[in-house]
Design a protein around this ligand. Sequence first.
Ligand code: TRP
Length: 335
Amino acid sequence: MNNTEKKVMFSGIQPSGDFTIGNYFGAIKNWVKLQYEFNCYFCIVDLHALTVPQEPAVLRGKTMECYAMLLAAGLTPDNTTLFVQSHVPAHSELAWLLNCGTYMGELSRMTQYKDKSVKQGENIRVALFDYPVLMAADILLYQAHYVPVGDDQRQHIELCRDVASRFNNMYSDTFTIPEGYYPKTGARIMSLSEPTNKMSKSDSNENGYISLKDKPEVIMRKFKRAVTDSDASVIYDEDKKPGISNLLQIYASATDSTIQKAEQECRALSYADLKIRVAEAVIESLKPIQSEFEYLMKDKKLLEEYMQKGAQRAEATAVKTLNKVQKKVGLILRK
Ligand code: TRP
């Protein structure tokens, strides 16, 4: 199947911090498979990152690292259009035009905005409120059919569908109405220190998460400190044994196996040995990614070239949609 016959998939990822094995086993690893099945656009959303205060040099560095890590993890420029959001101005331009058709009331209902604005205290940026509209622009520019995202993004996808349908009804068919894509295969990896919470790179306790950049000895140390329980049996039971279940899930993900098989394989181990076994499996599975990442980070020129090609390819599609919208709302296209 060539790319024009495949359904379009779009997703965005924030360059906000190091990716964890939660991001990798839960999402990125899946994207690597999806890129052969769909016409994939994956975008590093640096403009979204700016909706909360950022240190400029840090943001630039993270964007670079994020790009390199996604390549290292197996996204290939032949199969995926991987690009940086701010490199394609059509995102900001369409966001403005969509702003003209989005209601204050709809955005006020977004739970992510409510949560994040509480954390920001008094000086909440207008952009934080407008975040979902930029996200809608991201998706709609590529006429995406599917948007793989976490559960926390459901409401934003709904908003995107509402805004797109309203536009289609008001003018004429312009946007493909996208659907959220919530694969069942993505693993839900929990924190090592508080296994009832999702593993997160913004965890204040570094022992809670494994970064894809963590060195083998750090990975080993963090697993050795993983919270388990006072029982001694290696059994998968999310409710009663969240720590052990999480370790088994991680082991299954790292060895490309199932939870049942992981459980069988590890049943006879002590907790101490189980932790070592899981750590070794993770270290092994990250090895090729880490060496590729290091290689790419040493060659900024090469990375910039990839970025440029990605942006060009993305832009070619994005501009077509943008121009259609501009015409329909009554703007004069620049010759
Ligand atoms: N809001 C998404 C998140 O935090 C990131 C994102 C931005 C996104 N634009 C997108 C995801 C477009 C999917 C499609 O996870």
